[in-house]
Design a protein around this ligand. Sequence first.
Ligand SMILES: Nc1ncnc2c1ncn2[C@@H]1O[C@H](COP(=O)(O)OP(=O)(O)OP(=O)(O)O)[C@@H](O)[C@H]1O
Ligand SMILES: [Mg+2]
Ligand SMILES: [Zn+2]
Length: 289
Amino acid sequence: MIRPVLKIKGLSKRHGRGCPSCYNLTGPQHDRNICPQCQSVVACHNITFELFPKEVLGIVGESGSGKSTVIKLLNFDLEPDEGELYVNHSNSEVENRIGLPLEGQNLFTLNSFRKRLLRNFMIGVVYQHPHLGLRLNVSSGGNIAERLLMADWRHVGDMRERSAELLAKTEVPVSRMDEPPRNFSGGMQQRVQIAKALSNEPMLLLLDEVTSGLDVSVQARVLDLIRSLQHELHVTTIVVSHDLGVIKMLTSRTIVMKNGHIVESGLTDQVLEDPQHPYSQLLVSSALT
Ligand SMILES: Nc1ncnc2c1ncn2[C@@H]1O[C@H](COP(=O)(O)OP(=O)(O)OP(=O)(O)O)[C@@H](O)[C@H]1O
Ligand SMILES: [Mg+2]
Ligand SMILES: [Zn+2]
């Protein structure tokens, strides 16, 4: 049997002071994520799922359903209120630095220094808005080099070579590596973000609405690129999108979120063809009209 490479258990995140009723009074059955008692936002609650090696998992759901919250938690950008994260993966370089084996640890309990190492060495993230993932005024090569520096690359020539290789892989003209992404089209900015996210050879790639801001034709080309990179690199990936077309094209398994909860999960084809939860049914039928 294949072991999952990542296990996420009971992840919850609240914004606000919180009260004992927050979790009882929010969620899909109440059709809200704001607690009526204390006005806290339950951004996600009791999120549990596994990721298998090299799989591409989709997270779909309406705006505000908690998709980006899950991504931010997994990238250690946010601290969960509750939840556990385990990897079945070893990386001797990281383990030597943090002085612990990775397996068997709830990674959320590590200190911030150790979490930063995990993020820098093992995770790649691409955001919807290029300005969140890139410094738009720094050269494209420089953006990638900054990421390589965090993963302890030191030799300038090597970093430049690696940046050029990554830009070529993501179909950004290498002749433009000294230009800042500010000069680039939206599609090309996303390609630079993807190059940067892949630079540390992540064990987990997080793609949060990476094509949502793009024109349809540009979107199709970026999706093609992501798909061909998946075939080539086989990185375990989470694709967040509110667009079922994106989910269908890129993912094999899908989680549907609503009001901070998972309402359904399964093989993407099954979820799209025979959705079980009324909300997934609504999502699928409204995408067809
Ligand atoms: N810092 C914050 N303070 C208060 N509420 C927040 C904060 N960050 C997120 N939220 C709320 O948490 C909920 C989940 O947000 P999240 O960004 O995860 O949704 P999403 O599914 O990614 O939506 P979208 O499709 O619009 O990106 C939303 O109601 C959002 O307004
Ligand atoms: Mg989001
Ligand atoms: Zn409350």
